[in-house]
Design a protein. Structure first.
Length: 200
Protein backbone atom coordinates (compact mmCIF):
# COMPACT_ATOMS: atom_id res chain seq x y z
CA UNK A 1 0.00 0.00 0.00
CA UNK A 2 1.19 3.55 -0.76
CA UNK A 3 2.44 5.68 2.11
CA UNK A 4 4.27 8.96 2.70
CA UNK A 5 8.05 8.47 2.36
CA UNK A 6 9.19 12.10 2.26
CA UNK A 7 10.91 14.14 5.01
CA UNK A 8 9.13 13.57 8.34
CA UNK A 9 10.01 17.02 9.73
CA UNK A 10 8.15 18.55 6.78
CA UNK A 11 4.93 17.02 8.13
CA UNK A 12 5.50 18.61 11.53
CA UNK A 13 6.20 22.02 9.99
CA UNK A 14 3.17 21.72 7.71
CA UNK A 15 0.79 20.96 10.58
CA UNK A 16 2.44 23.26 13.13
CA UNK A 17 2.24 20.60 15.88
CA UNK A 18 4.48 17.70 16.83
CA UNK A 19 2.63 14.85 15.10
CA UNK A 20 5.71 12.61 15.24
CA UNK A 21 6.18 12.37 19.02
CA UNK A 22 9.77 13.56 18.56
CA UNK A 23 11.70 15.84 20.91
CA UNK A 24 14.73 16.96 18.86
CA UNK A 25 15.81 20.56 19.41
CA UNK A 26 15.85 21.41 15.70
CA UNK A 27 12.29 20.14 15.31
CA UNK A 28 11.01 22.22 18.24
CA UNK A 29 12.79 25.29 16.89
CA UNK A 30 11.31 25.03 13.36
CA UNK A 31 7.91 23.59 14.20
CA UNK A 32 5.98 26.83 13.68
CA UNK A 33 7.71 27.66 10.39
CA UNK A 34 5.80 26.18 7.42
CA UNK A 35 7.84 24.29 4.78
CA UNK A 36 9.01 26.12 1.68
CA UNK A 37 11.39 28.91 0.74
CA UNK A 38 8.95 31.76 1.41
CA UNK A 39 7.07 30.08 4.24
CA UNK A 40 7.48 32.94 6.74
CA UNK A 41 5.66 35.34 4.41
CA UNK A 42 2.67 33.04 3.84
CA UNK A 43 0.03 33.73 6.45
CA UNK A 44 -3.46 32.91 5.34
CA UNK A 45 -6.55 32.56 7.43
CA UNK A 46 -8.24 29.17 7.14
CA UNK A 47 -11.95 28.75 6.51
CA UNK A 48 -14.04 26.52 8.78
CA UNK A 49 -13.59 23.70 6.24
CA UNK A 50 -9.85 24.36 6.14
CA UNK A 51 -9.55 24.07 9.93
CA UNK A 52 -11.47 20.77 9.91
CA UNK A 53 -9.34 19.45 7.03
CA UNK A 54 -6.09 20.30 8.85
CA UNK A 55 -7.23 18.38 11.96
CA UNK A 56 -7.94 15.31 9.84
CA UNK A 57 -4.54 15.65 8.16
CA UNK A 58 -2.83 15.90 11.57
CA UNK A 59 -4.42 12.63 12.67
CA UNK A 60 -3.40 10.88 9.45
CA UNK A 61 0.17 12.20 9.70
CA UNK A 62 0.47 11.23 13.37
CA UNK A 63 -0.47 7.60 12.74
CA UNK A 64 1.08 7.32 9.28
CA UNK A 65 -2.03 6.20 7.42
CA UNK A 66 -3.65 7.34 4.21
CA UNK A 67 -7.16 8.60 3.49
CA UNK A 68 -8.81 5.29 2.54
CA UNK A 69 -7.81 3.54 5.78
CA UNK A 70 -8.54 6.57 7.92
CA UNK A 71 -12.01 7.08 6.43
CA UNK A 72 -12.77 3.37 6.90
CA UNK A 73 -11.84 3.61 10.60
CA UNK A 74 -13.95 6.74 11.01
CA UNK A 75 -17.01 5.22 9.32
CA UNK A 76 -16.74 2.16 11.58
CA UNK A 77 -16.41 4.36 14.71
CA UNK A 78 -19.41 6.43 13.57
CA UNK A 79 -21.57 3.33 13.09
CA UNK A 80 -21.05 2.11 16.66
CA UNK A 81 -23.03 3.15 19.75
CA UNK A 82 -19.90 4.43 21.54
CA UNK A 83 -18.78 8.07 21.37
CA UNK A 84 -17.27 8.49 17.88
CA UNK A 85 -14.19 10.55 18.84
CA UNK A 86 -13.29 8.24 21.72
CA UNK A 87 -13.68 5.11 19.58
CA UNK A 88 -11.68 6.63 16.71
CA UNK A 89 -8.70 7.24 19.01
CA UNK A 90 -9.09 3.73 20.42
CA UNK A 91 -9.04 2.19 16.93
CA UNK A 92 -5.97 4.21 15.94
CA UNK A 93 -4.14 3.34 19.15
CA UNK A 94 -4.84 -0.40 18.89
CA UNK A 95 -3.40 -0.77 15.39
CA UNK A 96 -0.55 -3.27 15.67
CA UNK A 97 2.10 -0.88 14.38
CA UNK A 98 1.07 1.71 16.99
CA UNK A 99 1.02 -0.84 19.84
CA UNK A 100 4.52 -2.00 18.84
CA UNK A 101 5.62 1.66 18.96
CA UNK A 102 3.92 2.25 22.33
CA UNK A 103 5.66 -0.82 23.76
CA UNK A 104 9.02 0.63 22.77
CA UNK A 105 10.05 -2.05 20.28
CA UNK A 106 10.65 0.73 17.73
CA UNK A 107 11.61 4.40 18.05
CA UNK A 108 8.89 5.63 15.69
CA UNK A 109 5.61 4.48 14.20
CA UNK A 110 7.30 4.19 10.80
CA UNK A 111 9.92 1.91 12.36
CA UNK A 112 7.21 -0.12 14.08
CA UNK A 113 5.33 -0.46 10.79
CA UNK A 114 8.49 -1.82 9.16
CA UNK A 115 9.04 -4.33 11.98
CA UNK A 116 5.49 -5.62 11.55
CA UNK A 117 5.61 -5.70 7.75
CA UNK A 118 8.86 -7.68 7.77
CA UNK A 119 7.42 -10.33 10.07
CA UNK A 120 9.39 -9.55 13.24
CA UNK A 121 6.31 -9.31 15.50
CA UNK A 122 4.20 -12.06 17.05
CA UNK A 123 0.68 -11.64 18.44
CA UNK A 124 -0.26 -14.43 20.85
CA UNK A 125 2.71 -16.46 19.46
CA UNK A 126 1.50 -16.11 15.85
CA UNK A 127 3.38 -14.03 13.29
CA UNK A 128 1.34 -11.05 12.08
CA UNK A 129 2.68 -8.85 9.28
CA UNK A 130 -0.31 -6.53 8.85
CA UNK A 131 0.34 -3.08 10.42
CA UNK A 132 -3.40 -2.28 10.58
CA UNK A 133 -4.18 -5.48 12.53
CA UNK A 134 -6.44 -4.55 15.47
CA UNK A 135 -4.94 -5.66 18.80
CA UNK A 136 -7.48 -6.67 21.46
CA UNK A 137 -7.27 -6.38 25.26
CA UNK A 138 -5.03 -9.08 26.79
CA UNK A 139 -3.29 -9.82 23.47
CA UNK A 140 0.41 -10.54 24.02
CA UNK A 141 2.87 -8.86 21.64
CA UNK A 142 6.42 -10.23 21.35
CA UNK A 143 9.44 -9.63 19.16
CA UNK A 144 10.56 -12.72 17.26
CA UNK A 145 13.62 -14.30 18.92
CA UNK A 146 15.95 -13.73 15.94
CA UNK A 147 14.90 -10.07 15.74
CA UNK A 148 16.09 -9.42 19.31
CA UNK A 149 19.63 -9.28 17.90
CA UNK A 150 18.65 -6.29 15.76
CA UNK A 151 20.58 -3.23 17.10
CA UNK A 152 17.69 -0.86 16.28
CA UNK A 153 15.24 -2.96 18.32
CA UNK A 154 17.67 -3.26 21.24
CA UNK A 155 18.34 0.49 21.24
CA UNK A 156 14.61 1.30 21.15
CA UNK A 157 13.91 -1.08 24.05
CA UNK A 158 16.70 0.47 26.13
CA UNK A 159 15.43 4.00 25.51
CA UNK A 160 11.75 3.37 26.29
CA UNK A 161 11.11 3.59 30.04
CA UNK A 162 7.70 5.31 30.25
CA UNK A 163 4.57 3.66 28.89
CA UNK A 164 0.98 4.73 28.31
CA UNK A 165 -1.41 3.31 30.99
CA UNK A 166 -2.98 0.66 28.76
CA UNK A 167 0.20 -1.27 27.85
CA UNK A 168 2.80 -3.09 29.90
CA UNK A 169 6.14 -4.58 28.86
CA UNK A 170 8.59 -6.97 30.46
CA UNK A 171 11.67 -7.51 28.33
CA UNK A 172 10.62 -8.54 24.83
CA UNK A 173 7.06 -9.31 25.88
CA UNK A 174 4.32 -6.70 25.88
CA UNK A 175 0.60 -6.71 26.50
CA UNK A 176 -2.40 -4.52 25.77
CA UNK A 177 -4.11 -4.30 29.16
CA UNK A 178 -7.34 -2.64 28.08
CA UNK A 179 -9.00 -0.46 25.48
CA UNK A 180 -7.32 2.99 25.31
CA UNK A 181 -9.30 6.04 26.42
CA UNK A 182 -9.05 9.64 25.26
CA UNK A 183 -7.78 10.85 28.65
CA UNK A 184 -4.93 8.31 28.60
CA UNK A 185 -2.88 10.39 26.18
CA UNK A 186 -2.55 13.79 24.55
CA UNK A 187 -3.34 13.61 20.86
CA UNK A 188 -2.22 16.50 18.61
CA UNK A 189 -5.63 16.83 16.94
CA UNK A 190 -9.26 17.59 17.77
CA UNK A 191 -11.57 14.63 17.11
CA UNK A 192 -14.67 16.86 17.16
CA UNK A 193 -13.38 18.80 14.14
CA UNK A 194 -12.70 15.51 12.34
CA UNK A 195 -16.28 14.40 13.03
CA UNK A 196 -17.54 17.73 11.65
CA UNK A 197 -15.34 17.31 8.54
CA UNK A 198 -16.84 13.92 7.67
CA UNK A 199 -20.36 15.05 8.58
CA UNK A 200 -20.46 17.78 5.91
Amino acid sequence: MARYTGPKHRLVRKEGVNVLDKTSASLQRRMNIPPGQHARKRKKRLSEYGVQLREKQKAKSAYGILEKQFKKLFKYAESQKAETGELLISLLETRLDNVVYRLGFARSRAGARQLVSHGHILVNDKKVNIPSFQVKADDVITVEQKSLKNPAVLQAMEEKTEFVPYVVRKGALGKLLRTPKKEDLEVPFDTQLIIEYYSR
